[in-house]
Design a protein around this ligand. Sequence first.
Ligand SMILES: Nc1ncnc2c1ncn2[C@@H]1O[C@H](COP(=O)(O)OP(=O)(O)OP(=O)(O)O)[C@@H](O)[C@H]1O
Ligand SMILES: [Mg+2]
Length: 237
Amino acid sequence: MLNVQSLAVHYGGIVAVRDVSFAVARGECVAIIGPNGAGKSSTLRAISGLAPVTSGSIEFEGKRIDGLPAHMIARLGVAQVPEGRHVFGPLTVEDNLLLGRSRLGTGKPADGLERVYSVMPKLRDRRMQKAGSLSGGEQQMLVIGRALIGEPKILMLDEPSMGLAPQIVDAVFSLLDGLRRTGQTILLVEQNATQALEFADRSIVLNVGEVRMAGASSDLRARSDVVSAYLGGTEHI
Ligand SMILES: Nc1ncnc2c1ncn2[C@@H]1O[C@H](COP(=O)(O)OP(=O)(O)OP(=O)(O)O)[C@@H](O)[C@H]1O
Ligand SMILES: [Mg+2]
């Protein structure tokens, strides 16, 4: 479904990503892990058209998408849940969700809402509440819901567990697990390597802009070098 070949992202003189290649098949869940500044967000942002692709190519469903404007890429079914849980604080939960339907242009908004509420019943309880007054965990669910209501073909998430209490992190991952079981294709960026390697079918380890390791998450979990670098004691490296 998604094919990234020799991707490079530069910001002026700064090299954020160099020669990164990977693919995501339909229905697969892939994680990109790695420390601060590894180029994880830049990779996601390049796919969604928000960061400049200096060289390489990105194909989605067999078509080149690098160079397309972000709104066109979104319309093709590529949804990104950015880092930082940006909700529209003065709007209600429901209005925040409805903003995510803009790519579809067809269908009844109520059907989309029902689908999101069925996987996130807490949002239904709070649908008339102002989004700015939700807890951090609820805001994270809301931004994921806003992406889901647009029926993305691939759902990309940038550090959905960041800054959340362990119990809430578990709730986010169990939601993602539920989505996976419905066949949702997911590309996840995480510093929380333990959770990411448990969740994803395959994982890619980035460091200073380059792919250091890639493979089945179960194989990576069993490698002592991965354990000592990414899973030993501190999860946030
Ligand atoms: N808009 C920008 N302008 C200039 N440099 C940037 C920009 N965005 C990112 N960078 C640089 O690119 C490199 C990779 O950053 P990126 O945000 O992709 O890393 P990351 O793996 O997501 O890190 P983190 O885990 O801290 O979120 C860093 O050196 C960063 O300073
Ligand atoms: Mg990042």
